[in-house]
Write a protein that binds this ligand. Sequence first.
Ligand SMILES: Cc1cc2nc3c(=O)[nH]c(=O)nc-3n(C[C@H](O)[C@H](O)[C@H](O)COP(=O)(O)OP(=O)(O)OC[C@H]3O[C@@H](n4cnc5c(N)ncnc54)[C@H](O)[C@@H]3O)c2cc1C
Length: 418
Amino acid sequence: MTTKNTVCVIGAGPSGMMAAITAARCGASVVVLEKKRRPGMKLRITGKGRCNFTNACDKSVFIENVPGNGRFLHSALAALSPESLISFFEELGVRSVVERGGRVFPASGLSNEIVSALMLELQRCGVDLRLGWKVTSLSAGEHGGFRISSVNRPDTGCDCAVLATGGITYPQTGSTGDGYALLKAAGHRIVDPRPSLVPLHSDAPWIPRLQGLSLRNVNAALTVDGERVEEQFGEMLFTDAGLSGPIILTLSRAAVRSIDEGKRVWVSIDLKPALDKETLDERLVRDLAEWSRKSVKAVLTGALPRLLVRVFAERWAVDVDRRCAQVTRDERKRMVDLLKDFTVPISGYGALEEAVVTQGGVDVREIDPTSMESRLVKGLYVCGEVLDVDGYTGGFNLHIAFATGFVAGRSAALRVST
Ligand SMILES: Cc1cc2nc3c(=O)[nH]c(=O)nc-3n(C[C@H](O)[C@H](O)[C@H](O)COP(=O)(O)OP(=O)(O)OC[C@H]3O[C@@H](n4cnc5c(N)ncnc54)[C@H](O)[C@@H]3O)c2cc1C
């Protein structure tokens, strides 16, 4: 049996729910097919359960924070800006707060409030939300439109389809890359999906000894085959396997690609970014003279976090029990070099299960950015993380999902009404 709906949305994540609400508000009859038993599984765990759903910044700053095809978003951001998204949720009863770096969260601090608001609105708009429907194919319908097949369910017919199946990271939430296969079958090119915003691994033997060390106000530079390709300032963390924390996640996008290409990758940490080498050297001359009778360990303990002292001394190759007065000029210069360039060799990156977002996806040249309609298959719309668009942390990725979902839903409804 085939049922007839005007718009069928595949996937009930943030992009799919927004597309469905928007299409229904524009007058379309909408069905949503979601393979999980609950909608918005990934949305619930975003922002450590607090849901950083957008970023209160202007369009140019937003696009700067989307290294993966940010320019594709001009129309979507014009259609649904961060302010409009904040107002959208406010109208649904969700008040928000703006935090450090423009990050916007629900004031309750609960991502479930966002999911519940979306579900209530889907219901209010009369959207038919079907849970436990895993879509396996999308083909041309007998009388136009599409025929959508799902596992152990009757086929669904529709005039327009909106594909909102997400990426490939955190697959336990339902994002298992099904959309790539559906789009490939429809003739689309898929740019290799890889993890992004993911911890980096290092096989340096001293790494496990630094586990749990968090560094604030440091500069980390990504070096690929000897060339500095990107730098970030802020907070990072040592794990048992390597590096993590905000600035490392940001660097991971470029690092993952370079590792996959077999290039040699390092992260170079400037532990004293506020001081240039000359000033740092002058300061060390002063400190070593002042503490001349004390051990090198005492100076290092004053300059570095406790956990780093021994590893640093080993890499510096100076005995920590030596007296400061015995440190030679050459050793002092090497200490300056190591403080300014504490390199960590990178050997790999975390699994898909721990990556926040996917880089890669459907080639955006094949999608019209003003409508999110496929340029190859009329009546097929694509939105959210399945697109080859990805941003840094800070609310950008959820906003991309909501804004592209909004445009896709509006365009699909417009198409069926004309
Ligand atoms: C731990 C974590 C924290 C994050 N925190 C933030 C944050 O605070 N701020 C931010 O901006 N971004 C954050 N993100 C990223 C953000 O969650 C995603 O970019 C966003 O959820 C993408 O939305 P989407 O609707 O495109 O896809 P998804 O949220 O992945 O939703 C896709 C939906 O499609 C369904 N589906 C898939 N295949 C099928 C199929 N064959 N048939 C039917 N249904 C299907 C899935 O079950 C799923 O429900 C975080 C991600 C993770 C993993």
